[in-house]
Design a protein around this ligand. Sequence first.
Ligand code: SAH
Length: 283
Amino acid sequence: MDSTIPLPGHDWPVMQPGWVWLCGAGPGDPGLLTLHALNALRQADVVIYDALVQEAILDWAPQATLIYAGKRGGKPSAKQRDISLRLVDLARSGKRVLRLKGGDPFVFGRGGEEAQTLVQHGVPIRIIPGISAGIGGLAYAGIPVTHRDVNQSVTFVTGHDQSGNTPGNLDWTSISKGSQVIVIYMGMKHIAQISVHLVAAGRSLHEPVAVVATATTQDQQVLETTLGRIVDDIAAANLEPPAIICVGQSVLMRQVLDWQGMAAGVPARNLDPLGRGRAAESA
Ligand code: SAH
């Protein structure tokens, strides 16, 4: 990638030595970076990045020292503390530090913890939001996270708690009743229990579910299934994390909105998958 393309006119913030900018890298596709992220990548002395950040994005920071701080889900917070303190040390040594995290730093990314530690140590911070996988990843699969005919609310939920178990304190009945669409992050390990919880809470075994793995990358895979079949279908399709799991009727909209499939010449399967008439007719 050419890292010298000028940014359009704007009062771009200047990264000062001793600051840490906590930045979302989006779900994968480098084109889903924000311009603030790009501005930061070009100025940073050090980029500390997570496992979910695509390597291609780091090409935008050829001048920076790159530090990998990857850890995979479910591991406890000792290492998290090391990362936060490392950020503090780097800032104190006068570096311009870019902490780059997958998706949005404040969505299931422990960005809040890192930012808090920095502030507690007197390190100045800036937060740059990113496109979260639970929104952008679904959009790349042709699934609108809200759709007027389907849901007035959406719940984003994590499939792990701090110890790596399914979150025991989640009230699945309330989630199930309160939100027609449920978007599950880090749900692959415990999907069997999660789907049982949801059915016990009143969701149908036939409820549409999509699993979008490595969303927005070249390796994106999308599985359309149901709550009753999801465990078997994930195994049959050999899907691996990272994946976003979306439960709800909006998954059906992929039948008309699979824009990547259509771009590859596969026609829409159903122009009105929810059977509610076309949007243009229902004004
Ligand atoms: N801060 C991130 C989420 C970090 S938690 C964000 O806002 O997107 C890690 C989880 O995010 C993964 O287990 C997976 O559920 C989801 N995720 C992140 N990137 C993804 C991708 N490219 N495709 C599918 N799921 C992704």
